[in-house]
Write a protein that binds this ligand. Structure first.
Ligand code: M6R
Length: 607
């Protein structure tokens, strides 16, 4: 999501900025731009679409100057377009920004009332106005104006600012979104990620929360938001450029697995309303009294998220909820119409079956909400409203962080609906929202506890079949665990509701079949233990996913993978993590291409 670059030095800034943005393309974007200052004059160039468009524009008339900032934008507030592309210039300042200014509505209203005119739909333009306002009010320096502006801003962001009246410098600040500074000889670089300048310098300072940097060709001066000096030692980067694009991880999939706590926090930000014990769906209102039914439509991993969503929505809102494979729904003459809320779930927003199902549902009079990770893609555009997951671009074909971000979005829908139907009492909502807010932290704890599963993988990589069993909210996780393993390890795997075991699949169990049993403490725990005993009695190799502190289960299984305690509704955020890591480690042990498994595509745009 969004890439920031900056340069101050003796060279022409434009080609360096464009080259830096190229290295950040993996982050995903839908528009690009740059601002370059030449003494007291600034030129801004922006365009919708790919970087080649920006390259064509600057090739015709290269903006002169040796100080500048550049940006690739992944749209959140406002559609992808030239006017919404960064940098945003107001008065003498231009700003590029990554993240979300949460109080943008209130700030915009205040600035408009003061007579300021906005030219974009973005929250970023607010920052430009605030900095310009502070300069006009007599701020003694660009950094002072940036501080005055940021004191009014709430949210998570990284930003970089250049000014016609303050040549020879960039001011950058970081709260939550990444920023790092490359220290060259007589030149200084700024970027969201190291690859943007790695060919010029390996000496890097990573900004921390609340850091403000004054960047010149001689280096940087670092302070905190309140002006206190900060000292951060430079680190020497030893990775090669290709690895750095994966943030130092060997594969995108592993990086994306570890990004999940951040992806969930970003998806909940400004939507999970802790004080009100409620959830905001980015303004999408549902008339709960007129609501007959919720129908969740999706394919693959997104369908599994939908199965968890059914538990969450029915549990909180007591509204009947169905989950359908989009590929079946579209051809089934479905019973659907006014009074039904369809929620289409898609990571890519381009899946042909889901898109066709959305069109079918709309044609029959249903209201459609898209849960999607790609802004302005086909499915959101075909829906009445969208709730975007903020997982950032997912590059590994096997979906991981988009899945848990979809779960987060569905839980928000469940809370929102439950509060409006009145079935989720204020007390229950308070408990659920508080637990929900703690989930990113528990995900970190889970991932740290699991560590590297390479040794585990050696013991199971030669299995021909795997079974995954779960109950309640963990039944869809059993399906997802089996799908993940199939997709990248090519081992045959089946997911089952644990209670179904004795109705057939138990015939498969012998001493060559590892059986993964999802057995966290909660409703159905005792029943799962019985299922586990049935497998063990037939010499199956049981791998349990269990709650930390459960010592009883260890005696019944070959391996136990622990997760922290959590209420049943939120357990899927945690129980899926060991299954993702396990699949990754087994695929790796088999020498498979983890990020691009055979026969699979990231967006399935055909039937
Ligand atoms: O982009 P979508 O979420 O609509 O994609 C749906 C499925 O194609 C997708 O989830 C697929 O199953 C993934 N390869 C799962 O890892």
């Amino acid at each position: 999501m969004c890439g920031i670059v900056g340069y101050v030095g003796p060279k022409a800034a434009t080609p360096l900025l464009v080259a830096g943005l190229r290295k950040l393309e993996y982050r995903g974007y839908d528009s690009a731009g740059l601002a370059v200052t030449d003494g007291g004059r600034m030129q801004v160039v922006r365009c919708r679409g790919k970087l080649s468009g920006l390259e064509d524009l600057v090739a015709r008339e290269p903006p002169p100057g040796s100080v500048g900032v550049g940006h690739t934008r992944w749209a959140t507030h406002g559609r992808p377009s030239e006017i919404n592309a960064h940098p945003h210039k107001t008065g003498s300042v231009a700003v590029v920004h990554n993240g979300i200014i949460e109080n943008h509505l209130a700030l915009r209203a205040r600035l408009e009332a003061a007579g300021r005119k906005f030219s974009s739909e973005t929250d970023t333009e607010i920052a430009a106005h605030l900095i310009d306002e502070a300069l006009l009010a007599g701020a003694p320096s660009l950094v002072a104006a940036v501080r005055t502006a940021l004191a009014q801003v709430e949210g998570a962001y990284a930003l970089a600012v250049v000014s016609e009246k303050h040549p020879g410098q960039i001011v950058a600040a970081k709260v939550a979104s990444p920023l790092c500074i490359g220290l060259g000889k007589g030149e200084t670089f700024l970027a969201s990620d190291v690859p943007a300048f790695l060919e010029h310098t390996r000496e890097v300072i990573f900004l921390d929360e609340g850091d403000v940097a004054e960047i010149t060709s001689a280096g940087i001066k670092l302070t905190s938001l309140d002006g206190t000096p900060v000292d951060r030692p430079a680190k020497t980067i030893t990775w090669d450029a290709a690895a750095a694009e994966k943030g130092g991880y060997p594969h995108f999939m592993l990086k994306e697995i570890h990004e999940q706590p951040r992806a969930i926090a970003d998806t909940l930000r400004a939507r999970l309303l802790l004080e009100k014990h409620d959830a905001d769906l980015d303004g999408f209102e549902i008339d709960a009294r007129a609501l007959r039914r919720v129908v969740l439509l999706a394919c693959g991993t997104s369908y599994h998220a939908g199965l968890v969503g059914k538990f969450l929505i029915e549990g909180a809102a007591r509204v009947p909820c169905e989950v359908d494979l989009a590929s079946e729904f579209r051809y089934r003459d479905p019973v659907i119409g006014p009074g039904d809320l369809v929620i289409a779930i898609s990571q890519s927003g381009e899946t042909a079956d889901t898109l066709a199902a959305v069109k079918e549902a709309r044609a029959r009079g249903a209201r459609v909400l898209a849960i999607c990770n790609v802004v302005d893609s086909a499915i959101p555009r075909s829906s009445h409203g969208s709730l975007y997951t903020h997982a950032g671009p997912e590059i590994g074909v096997a979906s991981t962080k988009c899945f848990t971000a979809q779960l987060a979005a569905l839980a928000l829908v469940a809370i929102h609906l439950g509060r409006r139907t009145g079935t989720l009492t204020p007390d229950a909502a308070a408990k659920l929202t508080t637990e929900f807010a703690g989930i990113p932290h528990k995900m970190v704890e889970t991932l740290e506890g699991l560590g590297d599963m390479a040794a585990f993988a050696q013991d199971y990589k030669d299995a021909r079949d795997f079974l995954f069993l779960g109950r309640g909210t963990n039944y869809p996780i059993a399906l997802e665990g089996a799908l993940k393993l199939k997709e990248i390890s090519y081992i045959h795997a089946e997911g089952y509701a644990a209670g179904e075991m004795k109705h057939g699949p138990i015939a498969l169990v012998d001493d060559g079949v590892p059986v993964v049993v999802l057995a966290p403490k909660g409703p159905g725990y005792e029943k799962v233990l019985s299922n586990l005993a049935e497998v063990k009695a037939r010499n199956g190799h049981v791998i349990a996913v269990a709650t930390k502190g459960d010592t009883e289960i260890a005696g019944l299984c070959e391996r136990v993978l622990y997760i922290p305690e959590a209420p049943a509704a939120l357990q899927p955020f945690l129980t899926v993590l060991p299954l993702q890591l396990m699949s990754y480690a087994i695929a790796l042990a088999k020498g498979n291409d983890v990020d691009q498994p055979r026969n699979l595509a990231k967006s399935v745009t055909v039937e």
